[in-house]
Design a protein around this ligand. Sequence first.
Ligand SMILES: [Zn+2]
Length: 375
Amino acid sequence: MPAGPSADLIAGLRLVDGHCHSILAAPLDANGFEMHATEATVPAPPGVSYLDGAAGLAIRRWCAPVLEVPPGRPIAEYLSRRQELGVEEVNRRLLQAAGLSHLLVDTGLAGPHLLPPAQLGALAGAEVGEVVRLEAVAEKLAAEDVSAAGFASAYRDSVARAAEGAMAVKSILAYRGGFDFELGPPDLAEVRTAAGHWLAIDRPVRMDDPVLLRFLLWCGVEQGLPIQIHTGLGDRELMLCRADPSLLQPFLAATEPVGVPVVLLHCYPYHRQAGWLAQVYSHVHVDFGLTVTQVGARADAVLEEFFELAPFGKLMFSTDGYALPELYLAGAAQFRHSLAALLDGWVADGVVAADEARRLALAVGSENARRVYRL
Ligand SMILES: [Zn+2]
């Protein structure tokens, strides 16, 4: 497809990455690379590679040229060039090429081999903001031996401290039970009883108590920051059918009067449901992260579906990059490509004029996130 007028504009637009994690500072072998490229968590069967799919093609297409490997070369050639350049150089080149102005980093997924957010930002040449993962704050508290009676107030204090200076809070409820149960705020007696059961479990504890998860969610709402909610695809630890964002309707109805923006992350394959929610609930926004990277070239079609019902002022870019710098660049480059294709198609068809297309590209790539996260 020839590059149209939107491609030039979008190529020069520095994107706000509204949701990401950090990258690995240590080198990976081919196996490790493959296991970080998709949402699969068990090794592929003989004769199959997870890199032989849409995400792998996107990595080869968008990242190979930055490492001076011609696009379309086999993945083995890409991986050996990666090895040759070394992890630091690869991280720097790919992150810089992603063209990001801001990175909002979920710091709840910490590990000994992940770069601290400030270093990630320095490599990318981007400003860094923190996103506080609600469940991680509770798990940290459990490790500090809080009592059942003291849990509610200790959690409130901890989350308020963590949220100071942060850009958003985030819930991974989808991973801890899903959305198809009562999501109203529990009373303090319920929280105390639930905390007693939960804290009696052997350490380290995983926050998966349904009452406490609701409590955390509402403490998150109280912070007055945008609340990001993981919905749709992820690894198989979640039950996909329980991560359908339309199951959040009662919660969305209850939080609308509070006035905090809710940002539905990922959404796929429920991105059409998410678009409808964004249309009918004034505080609901939709983020493309992870989806665009994982569907690769099909993002042309999927992005169009994101644009079906949601008001354009509620659509936001992110990469959901994690571990591999490739996931930031492939996410950003594929988004630029697919958005340009969509907008140029609309200009050619007379749907929008060229200056309207420019406004939409700016909104979705940067301005909407700047407004919602108050960057
Ligand atoms: Zn994420």
